[in-house]
Design a protein around this ligand. Structure first.
Ligand SMILES: Cc1cc2nc3c(=O)[nH]c(=O)nc-3n(C[C@H](O)[C@H](O)[C@H](O)COP(=O)(O)O)c2cc1C
Length: 356
């Protein structure tokens, strides 16, 4: 029995957001001194050469990252790296601070191993995040910065929002993700329209003298034709990758009472759908476009399924909440066993193994 399996029932008696804040406070405490941070690395990191992935001109020590939303303001990035994650995506960061939606806005669906959130881009804004990254530095694993617009922004203001956050934070980023797929921010206009996407990418291209890899994060709810339209745009602008997927508005076959809450569904129930999106993109691009697979990853088998469907990297949020601090280590150790079982020398050899 792990410590977390004893603490979890207690933490789960608290409202989900309060438990999250407590967890983050603990991680902040642990990362604040060198000995505690080192002890965390020692206990939780799992290293193996077969797990290394070379992508975006970086070496990822393993393919299992923390998805956006967990560390919105770059407060616990070092602790997450010490917990053995191969990369950490901070954000979504907006230009100015934003309170997000009213609480409660985060719900556990325990029977479904899922969560629903309607946080609504709450965050401290890019200046606070920049100051923190300057002060604390970034950890020894790649860090992605996920960028978004203010909830109140019009279509043209949104373009300027992305430009400003990109300009401020890309110097700290190993990659930047444009998040146009949040299902719980007000819909002032169609964020996924091809014209809007083109304007964003044109603007960022003009701003990107340092050639920071740019990715776009998509919804699991888009029909296949819109996904392919987006992939065409991604390829036309020579973007580096697609993050598939964000949370879902669907509510199929859920058991938990909280299934009625509005917001984005994450965790187990979206696993297959997001893996299917990974596979569609990989097939459509003949494996030429790297994909970051996210949605319902909570075990080596679920991470491996996304990798075999075409993902070069995977991320998780909900699986970490349910699995606790040893999640990355458990998944990475299991991945090495799966690679050995199937005769692959590395993760990179297994990417897309299930494609025709
Ligand atoms: C509470 C919460 C907040 C999130 N916030 C963001 C966010 O700010 N930006 C973003 O791109 N995705 C956000 N996500 C989506 C996750 O990054 C991820 O795409 C989604 O949860 C599916 O992965 P999972 O099943 O492993 O949780 C959030 C998810 C949760 C549960």
């Amino acid at each position: 029995m792990t410590l977390y399996s004893r603490v979890r029932p207690l933490a789960f008696t608290l409202p989900a957001e309060t438990a999250h804040e407590l967890g983050k406070r603990t991680l902040r405490g642990v990362q604040s001194t060198w000995p505690t941070r080192t002890a965390l690395s020692y206990a939780y990191r799992y290293e193996h050469p077969a797990l290394e992935v070379d992508l975006f001109d970086e070496t990822f020590p393993n393919p299992v990252g923390v998805a956006a939303g967990f560390d919105k303001n770059a407060e616990v990035t070092h602790a997450l790296a010490a917990l053995g994650f191969g990369f950490v995506e901070i954000g979504t960061v907006t230009p100015y601070p934003q309170p997000g939606n009213d609480r409660p806005r985060l719900f556990r669906l325990r029977e479904d191993e899922a969560m629903v959130n309607r946080m609504g881009f709450n965050g401290q804004g890019m200046e606070r995040v920049k100051d923190r990254l300057e002060r604390d530095g970034t950890p020894d694993v790649p860090v992605g910065v996920n960028i978004g617009k203010m909830n109140s922004s019009s279509e043209s203001e949104a373009i300027e929002d992305y430009r400003r956050v990109f300009d401020r934070l890309s110097p700290f980023a190993d990659y930047v993700v444009v998040n146009v797929s949040c299902p719980n921010t007000p819909e002032e206009f169609d964020e996924g329209s091809p014209a809007h996407l083109r304007s964003i990418f044109e603007t960022l291209e003009a701003e990107n003298d340092a050639n920071v890899p740019v990715l776009v994060k998509i919804s699991p709810d888009s029909p296949e034709e819109s996904i392919f339209d987006l992939v065409d745009i991604v390829q036309a602008f020579d973007l580096d990758s697609i993050v598939a997927t964000n949370t879902s508005t669907s509510r199929e076959e859920l058991k938990s009472p909280n299934r009625e809450e509005w917001g984005g569904l994450s965790g187990k129930p979206i696993e297959d759908r997001s893996t299917a999106v990974v596979r569609s993109i990989a097939e459509y691009t003949d494996g030429d476009l790297p994909i970051v697979g996210v949605g319902g990853v909570d075990s080596a088998a679920s991470a491996y399924a996304k990798i075999r469907a075409g993902a070069s990297l995977v991320q998780l949020y909900t699986g970490f909440v349910y699995g606790g601090p040893s999640t990355a280590k458990r998944i990475n150790r299991g991945l090495v066993e799966l690679l050995e079982r199937d005769g692959f020398a590395s993760i990179e050899d297994a990417v897309g193994a299930d494609l025709e």
